[in-house]
Design a protein around this ligand. Structure first.
Ligand SMILES: Nc1ncnc2c1ncn2[C@@H]1O[C@H](COP(=O)(O)OP(=O)(O)O)[C@@H](O)[C@H]1O
Ligand SMILES: [Mg+2]
Length: 240
């Protein structure tokens, strides 16, 4: 079973109270979205979940084991995750395998097997500067996926894309997640993106971020409340 449980995480950065008692859960094979205003502390939370920084309080469990402050268990695509300009697509996406000690030929062979599913089969030998924004993001996603495939943290991966490319990437990512059965925790500040992708949404307040609202997709689909009512409720939180 692969899942994340964040319990009562708080963090102050440079005397700025950033995260206030955050608790959330990512269940196996689910797509969970964190939605919050810019600067509220979303990326800081991902840095904590991935183990890059330690929380002042609280803990991070993965598969029921304490992973607070430890790296290496999950894949993390940071907000400004860039491909190396001097390497082609195949060599860029092979990097996590090389880091795990796989030899170069084998790493390339393994990575090549995934190019089709990531829509990159015709671009293996192109360099990042020759790719469209959507292709670059798919390559960055494949590189993230090849680090560990079961739990992915994605920090605003489509923020730089135009609306049409973005919409295509949404459909593609949902298909990919179903196919590979990954568990995904995804950050955005875009309400429509959150509603489209999520099985569940956690809405964060402005800094210090706290969980203001938790919305289950089943609840939305049941029509228990109109989608516009929900959007309005979210907006009042984001714009507070
Ligand atoms: N390494 C750091 N040291 C000090 N302050 C930071 C650091 N990283 C982020 N911050 C500050 O913490 C707050 C939250 O940042 P961040 O987590 O990046 O927000 P978000 O991802 O929600 O936009 C911001 O005010 C930011 O300036
Ligand atoms: Mg951020």
């Amino acid at each position: 079973m692969t899942g994340i449980k964040v319990s009562n995480v708080s963090k102050t950065l440079d005397s700025i109270h950033t995260l206030n008692n955050i608790s959330l859960i990512l269940e196996p094979h689910k797509f969970v979205v964190i939605l919050g205003p810019s600067g509220c502390g979303k990326s800081t939370l991902f840095n904590i979940i991935s183990g890059l920084i330690k929380p002042d309080q609280g803990r991070v469990e993965i598969d029921g084991e304490d992973w607070t402050g430890r790296t290496g268990r999950i894949s993390y695509m940071q907000q400004k995750d860039l491909l190396l300009p001097s390497r082609n697509v195949l060599d860029n996406v092979s990097i996590p395998l090389l880091l795990k000690g796989v030899d170069k030929m084998k790493a390339r062979e393994t990575a090549r097997g995934y190019l089709q599913d990531f829509g990159l089969q015709d671009f293996a030998h192109l360099y990042p500067r020759q790719l469209s924004g959507g292709m670059r993001q798919r390559a960055a996603l494949l590189r993230t996926y090849l680090f560990t495939s079961d739990i992915l943290l994605l920090d605003e991966p489509f923020a730089s894309l135009d609306a049409i490319s973005r919409r295509k990437m949404h459909l593609w990512l949902k298909d990919l997640q179903r196919h590979y059965q990954s568990s995904i925790l995804f950050i955005t500040h875009d309400i429509d993106e959150a509603l489209l992708l999520a099985d569940r949404i956690y809405v964060f307040s402005a800094r210090p971020a706290s969980v203001e609202l938790e919305i289950d997709k089943a609840f939305i689909n049941n029509g228990a409340q109109g989608i516009n009512d929900i959007k309005y409720k979210i907006l009042t939180i984001l714009e507070e």
